[in-house]
Design a protein around this ligand. Sequence first.
Ligand SMILES: Cc1ncc(COP(=O)(O)O)c(C=O)c1O
Length: 393
Amino acid sequence: MKSPIRPVIAQLKPSGISQVTALGLGNPDVLPLWFGETDLVTPPFIRKAAAQALEDGRTFYTNARGITPLREAISAFHKRTIGADIPIERITIPGAAMLAAVTALQMVCETGDNIVVVSPIWPNIFQAAKVVGAEPRLVRLEEDWNAGRWRLDMDKLFDACDERTKALFLASPGNPTGWMLTADEQKIILDFCRQRGIAILADEVYGTLVFDGSAHAPSFLSIADENDAVFGINSFSKPWAMTGWRVGWLVHPKSVENAAAAMAQCNNTGSTHFAQYGALAALSPEGEAFRASLLERCRAGRDVVEKWIGRQNRVRWMKPDGAFYGFLHVDGLKDSLGFCQRTVLDDHVGVSPGWAFSLGDPRDDSYLRICFAQDAARLEQALTRLEGAIRKL
Ligand SMILES: Cc1ncc(COP(=O)(O)O)c(C=O)c1O
């Protein structure tokens, strides 16, 4: 029988991460470092705010672009963290960052277009590009082991663009590398995109999780004009331990406000009403204190991983500048998916295969990703198990 769905959808495959988690999700014996989330439950004051909203009967449809107090608080957040004036007309809350990214792609791409993506990268973006009919073209960051940093080759980035390139997708700080664009690099990229009529999809979900003491990573939103084709993708998921809430936001050019409203209607008719009140509490001073404590948890986790690496002879990394991942290079590892699958079953630790983060680029098959936003003792235990698995390689 002829498949009822579009060929591009029929060809989608589960991500490399889910091919591992399928083997051990929910198994209490497995120590999970595979997902991009902390082990902390959303803090009580946020949960209480959402519960109160439910209690108050906030169970109806609401403005599909998001409740006004939350859009105002997001506007204030951008002012506070990056000094940018982003009026609420430029802010839409379609769901979480995943839906913000899909919405931006739907707005800028059509079948036959391509988007240039700096990799290794959060793999859902490949699927999202394909769903809208666009080809994801990868430009891989390069290892500079001497400097201990990932490096973006701008010439390669620009050479990857052609007349069908509709957008660059850059996540900074990045998942899984923790690499961060500098403000100077952002200016060069913005100039190039302005000249070529290419949109920038700036994924800043880890923007406030940076280790250099600054309030926020350099942001395209602070250098773009209100009508530049810059789309800021953001979320409550990571800094406020709210991955299950599905609330995030999209900052878009002023000129596309009506289109953003129409997209919000047809994609989800807005994010969950009472959950948005939880998100509003996250942007309070109490939320800021929680975010700061989560950052300290990440810093402590990063230290644990760094010390552990110091004792390994086959593992190295480029120490991350932001986000909460270790992207670990393991000498001799060639099949990261097979390794991670064995490790769940035999060693009871869940890690993600490097292969998943760049559409199968063989260079990433020597890497594993772990999330270190975890309780330090459990993290150490998980790393000890990982060490045992690596020894068997
Ligand atoms: C870079 C990046 N962007 C977006 C997301 C999605 O976040 P959300 O939970 O808000 O959909 C993730 C999740 O891992 C991510 O790592």
